[in-house]
Ligand binder design. Structure first.
Ligand SMILES: [Zn+2]
Length: 431
């Protein structure tokens, strides 16, 4: 963390402000503390020669935009697997998961992602890492976190036989009645989560959460100022989630036109998350489907449906959120894929690069509980800004992997980008 001067000024360059307005010439962006004070002409009370209090960044020949938001990024599970440990989604020990998550959070930030929404994890690891970042113990993105996903028998993340249930280290938490769900909402709320993640069936072919159960969770969560998100590929669960008033729906790929109309009427966004599918499909082609241990044909079908969903959502005026499912597996490493979804929005969803950027910045702020407060370079907004040496509107892929980043500013402070050179590669299995 560099010592923060009172005022930071970014001069010159091309500004993409996150509002969707065409990119334009930047004169001066003035940041005071953790907020943007002004954008445009340099205010008369800012003296660039005052070196002690004013730091100037010259972005001539570069592109300035809001920090990216990944609305779907897991931190506390996925990899590595450690020999001799209990079966789980990656390591099952909270101590190890916390350290791994802390390390990964720094990679995420250095990739230009200044906020993430974490829809599910192990223990209360993500709450701890969020707070460590907030308290200045370490660098990392703003984190908006859920706890273990609320599931019934047979839902995604109910992986053990019924006589085992969901062990404490699982990312799912079995609750087979509305009462049990409400109790779990209260327990997670007590431990400091920002939102509740519910999860219906894996593939969406059958509906495993009743509308009344979803409504019970929404009622309890909202009373406690917690948001609710749901993994819902299915048609029935998507309609039920819409009618029960969840805050956003993850996937929704099997939803029919009429289900989507129900979503549009209720007004919540959808978070398609096509990146994970595209990575699995690519990997399956490369190493063979058996290696990935995932049903590539099913993934391909979901992927194609998500492309159609993106078009339909736009017609119906449904806001789409941009997320990747980074960190849910060994092949979705932190820091690499956070901007891949924007490329998919452009390639398959009918979005222009500028529209994809708005979706991943201003429009994504709702998934981190900061709607209207972050995701735009405008006066009064939180000062999360990235600077690139290539134009992301000309080529949306330049946002990927942090390769074209020259600066990352989070909360008004510049982040040291150098340590990305020494990033550790996790071993899939420790010997
Ligand atoms: Zn996920």
């Amino acid at each position: 963390m560099s010592a923060a001067p009172k005022t930071l000024v970014i001069r010159n360059g091309t500004l993409i402000d996150g509002s969707g307005k065409p990119a334009g010439r930047n004169d001066a962006i003035v940041i005071e503390g953790n907020r943007i004070k002004s954008v445009g002409a340099l205010p008369p009370d800012v003296t660039l020669e005052d070196r002690r209090n004013v730091q100037v960044i010259d972005a001539a020949g570069q592109w300035i935009m809001p920090g990216l938001i990944d609305a779907h990024c897991h931190m506390s599970y996925g990899y590595p697997m450690i020999k001799g440990e209990g079966k789980g989604k990656g390591t099952t020990r909270p101590e190890f998961s916390t350290l791994k998550s802390a390390r990964s959070a720094q990679k995420v930030l250095r990739a230009g992602v200044t906020s993430i929404s974490v829809p599910g994890g192990t223990w209360f690891t993500d709450v701890g890492v969020r707070d460590a970042i907030r308290l200045g113990l370490m660098h990392g993105p703003r984190m908006f976190v859920a706890g273990r996903m609320i599931v019934t028998y047979g839902c995604i993340e109910d992986d053990e036989p019924s006589w085992e249930g969901t062990p404490d280290h699982s990312i799912g938490k079995l609750c087979n009645t509305a009462d049990e769900m409400v109790t779990e909402v209260r327990r997670q709320g007590k431990h400091g989560v920002n939102f509740i993640k519910m999860a219906d069936s894996r593939s969406g072919e059958s509906q495993m959460l009743a509308k009344e159960e979803i409504a019970a969770v929404v009622g309890e969560a909202h009373r406690r100022n917690l948001k609710v998100a749901i993994h819902s590929r299915g048609a029935g669960s998507t309609r039920a989630a819409a009618e029960a008033g969840v805050d956003w729906i993850v996937h929704a790929d099997l939803a029919t036109e009429r289900d989507l109309e129900a979503v549009a009427k209720a007004g919540m966004p959808i978070l398609p998350t096509a990146t994970f599918l595209s990575v699995v499909i690519e990997l399956g082609k490369k190493v063979g489907a058996e290696q990935v241990q995932l049903d590539i044909n099913r993934m391909q079908r979901h992927y194609e449906l998500l492309g159609k969903l993106m078009h339909k959502a736009r017609e119906l005026g449904i806001r789409l959120l941009v997320g990747t499912d980074t960190g849910n597996n060994a092949f979705t490493p932190h820091g690499e894929l956070h901007a891949k979804e924007l490329e998919i929005f452009v390639k398959h969803g009918g979005y222009s690069p500028m529209e994809a950027i708005v979706a991943a910045t201003r429009d994504n702020a709702i998934a981190v509980g900061l709607d209207g407060r972050v995701g735009e370079v405008a006066p009064g907004k939180l000062a999360d800004i990235i600077v690139l040496d290539k134009d992301p509107v000309a080529d949306i892929t330049v946002l990927q992997g942090g390769k074209h980043l020259t600066r990352v500013i989070k909360d008004g402070r510049q982040i040291d980008l150098d340590p990305r050179d020494e990033m550790l590669q996790f071993q899939q299995a420790a010997e």
